[in-house]
Write a protein that binds this ligand. Structure first.
Ligand SMILES: Cc1ncc(COP(=O)(O)O)c(C=O)c1O
Length: 445
């Protein structure tokens, strides 16, 4: 079977950063939910722009270099090659490359919907109870301005999506937009998005999926899902920093349908978005140009094509299966050692197969801070500590101020290891052994 033949070793050589050494040891990079490493083909594509054709593309200039940029980003395949926009559309199975809007990152894409969607007084935006700040603060700001109400659907006792509670909230009739993390950066849990979208549409609501942790790790088909909006960042999928995507269904971007209640208006306007302008009036271009104001990050846009080609060649199903294997192994090891001690717990569903490539755990012991720094210092093991931009959930769970307890005896720290296809079982083993060493030194075990 294709899947059982998967070996991260086949890809590790593509990553120059994995060849580095510190104190004679290589890196063990387990912070992939934050950002991923960059493979040579993506680095080459970025460099190629700056080296060979560092000009303005799109509708701006019309010369040799501009033509190269435009071809690499915008070619729709009708003349042979495909540019990045078309390659991303294919990657998501979008109907048209015009549905792919380039943004700075996921945060920018979500804000583009928050600021461009035509909310009416009394509208509610429905979230989950563990959204990344990027899918919470834009909505709270609008709530503070009196433009809408924010509500959320808490996960159930099994840490999974409560579809019945969700439907009850939709039945209230006020929900205009459902905006949810497709895969949580805190637990790795993936919500049943197709069912969520089906129900939302039944009750007249639109759906924005924050897919920052989904698109890099499993195949996503926007037509199958019938998603209205979907946001993600290239830097979480081996791509360039400073580039995100907002997928929006064509009917929501259609200029001719202006006046349609659900049409998205550009949140930022200016150069590159204009069809015509006078001293006191203007008309904007349609999508995607009308939504992409200012000179973009051309090098990143060029490299985005190389990114999805690279991932496509590996295969998203194989990536997902490999991450499940790593999570299954690491979960088993950690629970075998610390599962019964009372101060160690893993967040999210008990079954690691439901947590994709994320393993977040709590260490509720005196002086439990600084473990991530020690893992790094001892064996170059890079994980994340803190609240992973999900302050709201942890404050609700532990009470505000929990992060600065009055006594070191009350310390509670949260850590997150997150995988990608280039991580190995040996790296997971080194992580557990080093963690065990730290726990022993701290007299936790
Ligand atoms: C679920 C989720 N949403 C949004 C974001 C924000 O992504 P970016 O910083 O690329 O905008 C992240 C980043 O960690 C995330 O994990």
């Amino acid at each position: 079977m294709k899947d059982s033949a998967f070996s991260p070793d086949a890809y590790r050589n593509d990553f120059p950063s994995l060849r580095r050494k510190r104190d004679g040891k290589g890196p063990i990079y387990l912070d992939n939910a934050c950002t991923t490493l960059t493979p040579q083909p993506v680095i080459d594509a970025m460099t190629e722009y700056y080296t060979d054709f560092p000009g303005c593309g799109g509708r701006r200039s019309h010369h040799w270099f501009a033509g190269e940029v435009t071809r690499r980003v915008e070619a729709d395949g009708t003349m042979g090659g495909k540019g990045s926009r078309r390659l991303i559309a294919d990657f998501l199975n979008a109907r048209s490359e015009k549905e792919i809007l380039f943004t700075l990152n996921t945060t920018h894409a979500i804000n583009a919907v928050a600021l461009g969607f035509n909310f009416r007084p009394g509208d509610t935006v429905l979230l989950t109870d563990r959204e990344h700040n990027s899918n919470l603060i834009p909505w709270l700001r609008l709530q503070n301005a009196g433009r809408l109400r924010v509500d959320h659907v808490p996960m159930n006792a099994a840490e999974e999506f409560d579809i019945d509670l969700y439907e009850q909230k939709l039945k209230g009739g006020k929900v205009r937009l459902v905006s949810m993390a497709y895969t949580s950066n805190m637990t790795g849990y993936t919500i049943p998005a197709a069912e969520i979208i089906r129900l939302a549409h039944q009750y007249g609501a639109r759906v924005l999926l924050d897919a920052a942790q989904t698109v890099p790790h499993q195949a996503v088909d926007v037509q199958d899902l019938d998603a209205d909006f979907l946001a993600f960042s290239l830097h979480k999928m081996c791509g360039p920093r400073g580039l995100g995507v907002l997928y929006a269904k064509a009917e929501l971007l259609d200029k001719a349908a202006s006046g349609s209640a659900d049409r998205l208006e550009p949140a930022i306007v200016g150069g590159g978005t204009v069809e015509d302008a006078t001293y006191d009036a203007y008309s904007l271009l349609g999508a995607p140009d009308g939504f992409e104001a200012g000179i973009p990050n051309y090098s990143a846009e060029v490299a985005a094509g190389a990114t999805v080609r690279y991932l496509g060649e590996i295969g998203l199903d194989r990536i997902a299966a490999h991450e499940r294997r790593l999570n299954d192994f690491l979960t088993g090891e950690l629970l075998d050692r610390y599962g019964d001690l009372g101060w160690f717990r893993i967040f999210g569903p008990a079954d690691p197969a439901k947590r994709s490539g994320v393993l977040s755990f709590e260490v509720h012991r005196p002086n439990s801070t600084g473990i991530a720094t020690e893992l790094d210092r001892k064996n170059n093991i890079m994980i994340r500590d803190g609240v992973f931009c999900v302050h709201s959930y942890f404050n609700a769970r532990y009470g505000q101020g929990w992060i600065r307890p009055r006594s070191h005896k009350e310390h509670r720290m949260i850590y997150r290891a997150s995988f990608y296809f280039y991580n190995t079982i040996e790296e997971c083993r080194a992580f557990v052994e080093t963690l065990d060493e730290i726990f022993t030194e701290r007299c936790y075990i």
